[in-house]
Ligand binder design. Structure first.
Ligand code: ADP
Ligand code: MG
Length: 612
């Protein structure tokens, strides 16, 4: 019995559409690309219900004649390439001739277009079939109006997120092209409201101005230009902007290859490496990198949504690396890395608590501005006692490496009886060395502190009701339109965690309240990070999200505020640190999963010294 049969054209298109059209933002992407390929100077995107019910993209590009208007919706119908050789050097954003066909297979599409003002055509297509084609007067250009996306693919429709989330994704797409093409005017309207309206910037400062139009002047003023590298012979050009260290919390990192926004892992890895080398830092500043390479040197045909490319010349990454390093040098030169105010508090020593009784010791390292009080075991009155150490930086100038003479102290983990430990000292300002009953212990002070802060913050934040600190002078967050939407999406959960954000004019948000475990500055930094995190806020259960937010919060803050490597610590500080670490719920790995404690047992040592 024959069981194999050919699928119908409609079904084939619907299956193929799945590769190209995943959500409203993919439709926006394809349509905006088509408009730009058509030479538009103005692109307008109208959305309803986050694009779920309507996406209309209008342009003033070259338009289409009647035959083209009908043919455009056929599979593999394109005006952009004609031969395999063309495929080797694609200079347009589109070339596969699949987008319109795929979109039409899963929605109701109306196309109106005119090559000359007045002489236009209208085509209406439903589920891939042409219903109407008639003449129509309109200005030069094209409008493609997509309604009821996935009306015939319920499985896909169910997979879509809330209108707010889909809208943000659409905005992110337009924003990407707006950054790539400062010479084009972009307009995004959602249910009658202008979300983005930016005029064309054709001048020499166009790219920087464009960044300012989207993210605000605060960011664009902090950018240094990457010294451009051009190879006239091939047409290769590397250019762009890098932010100063203050821009690091925003996660605004954009890489464009031939005016196409991509998340290219190799280029980003090159960037991370350059920052580590040049700044010796894990704080990655804002990046807007434009790579223009000869079309034949980059393969764009490796991903159905064209979000990845392959470079034919591996030397390109080396040139990118050089350019970035020089840019980073400039970016930091314009503003010294922020230094914390030296502190004036007196040194307050305290005794090392025995650990069997799990009494967390307030360890603030160099974080005097973190108003953490440890919940839990302290006797009344002790919690608000300011257990601060003098700023470690003050003592960097005169580090003391005198050998320590410490007594044995009983220590125990959360379970198990106390065992004697002795502090031996500090190795290169980085590792704390302990003599234990069964061997030598090496503790990474940075990750140890990180773990302690993490647990402390989590405890404080997961308390029944998060203590909230209202800010009298709310800091303002100047955001991009998509970033603003992202934070508004998160607003209910943020509210639960003690954040208060109020929407002001434009894309500015005011931070009116913060969880009292955070300083306003830390809270602001965290919000900026969250604003650029991908992921879906609405789908998760509130409680689940709350845990995730808390975790992210605690991990990132703990990491940021933990005592750094190469900081000499006093014996008391080391003992306090180790003491609290051993009392932690999870003393052996940091919130990111790196080990904290290494142990060399007596038998390890004996074996190493050849005694066994
Ligand atoms: P591709 O962009 O890969 O060629 P599409 O399916 O996106 O394939 O579009 C098919 C063709 O329709 C394009 O090659 C182009 O000739 C025409 N077209 C689509 N959108 C527009 C537009 N906004 N203005 C002018 N022509 C367009
Ligand atoms: Mg296209």
């Amino acid at each position: 019995m024959a069981r194999i049969h050919l699928l119908s054209d409609t079904l084939v298109s619907q299956i193929a559409a799945g590769e190209v059209v995943e959500r409203p933002a993919s439709v926006v992407k394809e349509l905006v690309e088509n408009s730009l390929d058509a030479g538009a100077r103005e692109v307008e995107v109208q959305l309803e219900t986050g694009g779920k019910t309507r996406i209309a993209v209008s342009d003033d590009g070259c338009g289409m004649g009647r035959d083209d208007a009908l043919l455009a919706f056929d599979r593999h119908a394109t005006s952009k390439i004609g031969s395999f050789e063309d495929l080797e050097r694609v200079a347009t954003l589109g070339f596969r001739g699949e987008a319109l066909c795929s979109i039409a297979a899963v929605s109701r599409v109306e196309l109106t277009t005119a090559e000359q003002p007045g002489e236009g055509h209208r085509v209406f297509i439903e589920g891939g079939r042409v219903r109407v084609a008639e003449p129509l007067a309109r200005p030069r250009g094209t409008t493609i109006d997509v309604r009821s996306l996935f009306f015939n693919v319920p499985a896909r429709r169910k997979f879509l997120k809330t209108p707010q989330t889909e809208l943000r994704r659409c905005l992110e797409v337009v924003q990407g092209y707006a950054l790539a093409r400062p010479d084009v005017r972009f307009l995004v309207i959602h249910e009658g409201r202008n979300l983005l309206d930016i005029l064309a910037n054709t001048g020499e400062h166009g790219p920087r101005e464009r960044i300012g139009q989207i993210f605000g002047r605060e960011l664009s003023d902090r950018l240094a230009e990457i010294p451009a590298v051009s190879i006239p012979l091939t047409g290769e050009r590397i250019s762009g902007f890098l932010g100063d260290p203050q821009t690091a919390s925003g996660r605004r990192q954009f890489v464009f290859v031939n005016r196409r926004l991509l998340r290219d892992r190799l280029v980003l890895a090159t960037y991370y490496r350059a920052v580590r080398e040049e700044w010796k830092s894990e704080d990655f500043p804002a990046l807007f990198l434009f790579l223009d390479v000869p079309p034949e040197d980059v393969d764009v045909n490796v991903h159905p949504q064209k979000s990845e490319v392959r470079f034919r010349d591996p030397g390109l990454l080396d040139r990118v690396h050089d350019a970035l390093r020089r840019g980073l040098e400039k970016a930091r030169g314009e503003e010294a890395a922020p230094l914390r105010q030296p502190a004036a508090d007196p040194y307050v020593p305290f005794a090392w608590q025995g650990l069997g009784e799990r009494r967390p010791v307030a360890w603030d390292g160099d974080r005097r501005d973190l108003p953490v009080t440890v919940s839990g075991a302290e006797p009344a009155g002790q919690a608000d006692f300011p257990l601060n150490f003098p700023d470690l930086r003050d003592r960097l100038a005169t580090p003391s490496y005198a050998p320590v003479q410490r007594a044995m102290v009983p220590l125990s983990g959360r379970s198990g009886e106390a065992r004697p430990f002795r502090l031996l000292g500090q190795y290169k300002g980085t590792l704390i060395l302990l003599e234990g009953p069964d061997g030598l212990y090496l503790i990474d002070q940075h990750v140890a502190h990180e773990r302690i802060l993490y647990e402390r913050l989590r405890r404080a934040m997961s308390a029944e009701r998060t203590a909230v600190q209202h800010l009298l002078t709310p800091p303002l967050l100047e955001l991009g339109p998509a970033e603003r939407l992202r934070l508004l999406e998160l607003a209910p959960s943020l509210d639960e965690c003690g954040f208060g954000v109020a929407s002001l004019s434009g894309n500015t948000l005011a931070l009116t309240a913060v969880p009292s475990v955070l300083t306003a500055a830390d809270a602001e930094r965290l919000l900026r990070t969250l604003a650029n995190e991908d992921g879906d806020a609405s789908g998760a259960l509130a409680e689940d999200l709350r845990r995730r937010v808390l975790d992210a919060l605690a991990a990132s803050l703990a990491c940021k505020s933990a005592v750094k490597m190469h900081h000499p610590l006093s014996p008391l500080e080391m003992e306090a640190l180790v003491g609290e670490l051993f009392a932690a719920d999870q003393p052996y790995a940091c919130p990111h999963g790196r080990p904290i404690v290494l142990q060399m047992t007596d038998s390890d040592l004996e074996r190493r010294f050849g005694r066994r």
